[in-house]
Design a protein around this ligand. Structure first.
Ligand code: GLU
Length: 434
């Protein structure tokens, strides 16, 4: 990606490229490349020291054509409205590619969550709901967790909504704690969904899972459950990389024998923001290496599962193109446009982000369905339904890419864009030229 292009411009460029290939009507194109509604707000929060601090928050609804807008809320100190716009847009393509009846949205607050106490975080969550209240709702726009937010935050968000509406509407937000409207399997869903796609891709590539190795960037919720499922299927994860918030730098932790997921989940290994404790890592025999070492590993599968734009033209050539056969984007927009060109040229099989990490929103959808019925499924049932949806969506994308002899990312875009365009036309919002 060129230095001046921000993430929103990048996802618009990807949309334009695929809309052009599809010869999409210009009026539809103009409508679909922008969010339907955008809200920016100020949120005053009383801090524990008795002072008040004002935070800036956002909620962006990119599309409601296929159903209520859906997407998480992030806490990030460098959050921008364009970042939220880009992620909202990707949610539209994500829900469409797995064919769930939802649109796309995203929320964000400019905040370093590590600087807030639990009570301050609660007040921030509640303050955000009070600001976005008129704009959202179980039938219009449904938030969920994302980077640095968790099930507890979702409960505060739900409770504030319930307090304002004098009702009980658990379907207003997903990713809630189990027992208070949450779905079993939601925590694991994104990471497991990534590996269901990896399993299907490896099988198409003729690679035995038991012979596969992986290197993963990230040690948050998505990465940890991806490691767990990868190892359950018989593969070996040789490295995980994470941001160390104390050292203020990234590290790769590697283990030739394979990272044991039990150690990742052991008490004290990780803090709630995905930083691995170096002493713990040492006690497991993991080697501490430079932050970018994960990308250079001689493995079968590379999985960026941290933040956006982490694989760029400056580091993409560090990938070991002799060994790596599969690149599975567990994070949202982890690859810049220039880096993507390199992956394409090298012929690596890429599972694009909005397909690869759609497991989270898929189980969020199941959570809404269960909330509406007020009847909850056992975990096996949730995961079986998730597996079916992810496997089916992967197959549709992979078959189209093979048939059209095109890049998998383009095939996924073709499917999503056409599904969303059909809903927009069907509703009569945009009349294409005859
Ligand atoms: N934040 C997740 C994502 O980016 C999940 C969104 C949701 O469940 O609505 O896909």
């Amino acid at each position: 990606m060129s230095k001046e292009m921000n993430l929103f411009e990048m996802v618009q460029a990807q949309f334009d490229h695929n809309a052009e290939k599809l010869n999409l009507d210009p009026a539809l194109r103009a409508f679909m490349r922008e969010p339907e509604r955008q809200l920016q707000c100020t949120i005053p929060v009383d801090l524990d020291d008795g002072t008040t601090k004002t935070f800036t928050g956002f909620r962006i609804q990119h599309s409601t054509a296929r159903g209520p807008a859906k997407g998480g809320i992030r806490f990030a100190k460098d959050e921008t409205i364009d970042m939220v716009r880009s992620l909202a847009t990707m949610m539209t393509w994500k829900c469409a590619v797995v064919d769930i009846p939802l649109g796309g949205a995203k929320g964000g607050i400019i905040v370093d969550p590590r600087e807030l106490s639990a009570r301050e975080t609660e007040r921030l969550c509640r303050g955000w709901v009070r600001r976005v209240y008129d704009f959202v709702g179980p039938e219009m726009d449904v938030p969920a967790p994302d980077v640095a937010t968790n099930p507890q935050d979702m409960l505060w968000i739900m409770d504030e909504y319930d307090t304002i509406t004098r009702s009980r509407k658990p379907g207003f937000v997903t990713g809630k704690t189990v027992g208070v409207g949450g779905s079993l399997g939601r925590t694991e869903a994104t990471g497991y969904g990534v590996i269901y796609c990896v399993r299907e891709a490896l099988s198409r590539l003729g690679i035995d899972f038991k012979a596969a190795t992986a290197s993963i960037q990230g040690a948050g919720n998505v990465a940890c459950y991806a490691v767990e499922k990868f190892v359950q299927y018989g593969g070996k994860v040789v490295a995980v990389a994470c941001w160390d918030s104390n050292a203020k730098k990234a590290y790769t932790y590697s283990c030739e024998k394979g990272i044991d997921p039990k150690n990742l989940f052991a008490p004290g290994t990780l803090d709630k923001f995905g930083t691995i404790d170096p002493q713990k890592a040492k006690s497991f025999g993991w080697k501490q290496e430079a932050g970018d070492a994960w990308l250079k590993k001689e493995v079968t599968v590379i999985i960026p599962a941290a933040l956006g734009q982490s694989v760029t033209q400056d580091n993409v050539n560090e990938i070991n193109f002799d060994s790596v056969k599969l690149y599975a984007e567990a994070a949202n927009s982890p690859t810049t446009l220039e880096a993507d060109e390199v992956l394409k040229e090298k012929g690596i099989y890429v599972i694009p982000d909005f397909l690869c990490n759609a497991g989270g929103v898929t189980v969020s959808y199941f959570e809404q369905v269960q909330n509406n019925m007020n009847y909850y499924w056992p975990k096996d049932e949730v995961l079986e339904k998730l597996n079916n949806i992810m496997t089916g969506a992967f197959k549709t994308v992979a078959d189209l890419a093979r048939e059209k002899k095109c890049y998998t990312r383009d095939a996924a875009y073709f499917i999503s864009i056409l599904r969303v365009a059909k809903a927009i036309e069907g509703r009569g919002w945009v009349k294409p030229k005859k």
